[in-house]
Design a protein. Structure first.
Ligand code: GLU
Ligand code: ZN
Length: 297
């Protein structure tokens, strides 16, 4: 029997959903449902300084308003600190990770690629970060569902990378990989702003002896000025007065529907139809603006 497929949407509660995050949620939902699989929601709430109070609840309500119903309970990463700590301990004990006291300024002066300075300094964890050792010639290859074949050279791109931050928090790369494995995620569908992280996540999963999911990165939506829609660029929160209209725009943007296909359909009808139409080869590979009909294939 084939293993059931499991997809997920993993927002950080740094603000309400904007159009770009709706696209990621919708694409992962459609992909999972079209495979007859489960779709999970994981709240990545392990970075208190970046969080906005109330955003987690707002995001869940916005998903519901758009008919995006998840399976089971939402997994809050803030309940998972012990699991992250256990993995960090294991990697330190096996000598695959080490403590690092280097400052952000030092890493910047190296052009962002770590030079292994602390590898053999045998420091304690107190006040230090933890880095995962990247052996020479670590090149990760994978076939992205939407972006095609990818190759990432971890030595050239960042070297040994942080799995636990100096401020005492687990790093995104570690938490996301540990939880994708924990939740049995088979398909990670998300925005292409995370494409560069994928090599590190595959390397981590390989190091932990865990199964590597299939990855698919949808292009990031741009605003009318050609800037990426993100909280940093102050992308407006989704206007939820007309969820059907948002879904229609998102389905056009994802190449699932064409103008006219969705006239008069309710949110539930639109999703039902879109699941039957989902075709990864129709998703545009390059960034497009949020306005339908103007993106490039
Ligand atoms: N929590 C991350 C974010 O909102 C996404 C994690 C992921 O999809 O892998 O940027
Ligand atoms: Zn260091």
């Amino acid at each position: 029997m084939a293993t059931p497929s499991v997809g997920r949407f993993a927002p950080s509660p740094t603000g309400p959903l904007h159009f770009g995050s709706l696209l990621a949620a919708l694409a992962s939902y459609l992909d999972a449902r079209a495979r007859g699989g489960q779709w999970l929601v994981r709240m990545e709430d392990i970075d208190p300084p970046r969080e906005m109070p109330g955003a987690a609840a707002t995001i869940l309500r916005q998903l519901e308003q758009h008919g995006l119903e998840w399976d089971g309970d939402v997994l809050f990463q803030s309940t998972r600190f012990a699991a992250y700590e256990a993995v960090i301990d294991q990697l330190l004990a096996s000598g695959q990770a080490y403590c690092c006291s280097c400052s952000r300024q030092r890493i910047q002066s190296l052009g962002g690629v770590y030079d292994g300075h602390c590898r053999h300094r045998n420091m304690t964890r107190q006040g230090n970060g933890v880095r995962l050792m990247v052996p020479p010639a670590t090149t990760i290859e994978f076939d992205d569902l939407f972006q095609g074949s990818q190759q990432q050279d971890l030595n050239r791109d960042q070297g040994d990378f942080v799995i636990h931050r100096r401020d005492g928090l687990p790093a995104y790369q570690l938490a996301v990989s540990v939880d994708d494995a924990f939740q049995g995620i088979s398909h990670v569908i998300r925005g292409s702003d995370l494409l560069d992280s994928t090599g590190r996540q595959i390397f981590l999963l390989n190091t932990l002896g865990r199964k590597v999911p299939v990855y698919g990165h949808i292009p990031v939506a741009l605003n009318a000025g050609g800037q990426k829609l993100s909280k940093q660029n102050l992308a407006p929160s989704l206007d939820t007065r007309d969820p059907a209209d948002n879904l229609r725009t998102a389905l056009l943007w994802l190449g699932v529907a064409r103008e006219g296909d969705l006239a008069g359909l309710s949110v539930a009808q639109m999703l039902h139809w879109a699941v039957s139409q989902w075709d990864a080869t129709q998703v545009p590979r390059h960034p497009g603006t949020a306005a339908p009909g103007v993106y490039q294939h």
